[in-house]
Design a protein. Sequence first.
Length: 208
Amino acid sequence: MLCEVCQQRHATVHITECYPAHRVQRELCEVCAGQKSKKQLTEEQAAAPQEKRKNVQRIHDLLQTRLFEPHRTQFESGQIRSHNVSIWGNWVLLGLSSSVPNLDPMEALFGKAQKGTNHVVQQIEDLEVHVIRWDPERLLSHIFEPFPGAGFRLDYDRRLLFVRAERSLFPDVQKSYAFCNLAAWLLASDEPPDRIEFQFRPWEMRHE
């Protein structure tokens, strides 16, 4: 097997990166695996939280400027309300609802073509923004509306979300896992102090 990085030398170093819901295995040669010194890795780890905060702030600024600001009056008056926001890299899931019976928040923000829809995807610069109609009783089906075969189940006792097709929502497995994690985070109650948070787990772990 060739090294994933250089595609020239044989992979002799096996690295497993563990995440909350899955593992990623990397096959590298000794040269590519040792390119970063211990000092470099330490510096990157120290800078990561700050870079993450900067990215989150950048995303909030973009959402404010491109999504919320053009409809400031409706948001400030409470006609349209934003709920939870989930962020993973350059992915965003957020919930919207309306306090006015005849006002469709999707139509108000995205035009008549989106009236009655429950899941709208918008590209804002490098962000892929998924806007979900906020309905606590149907929220999960709204989140997975673009994926009819996703299959999902909530374990309320353990506060876990299980998704049957967690690896195949997108052609990219990592993107599929990222979306499932975003979905679980979006399910959190937005009414502190009774906030209830969910975590995503692969389908095969549902009986543990």
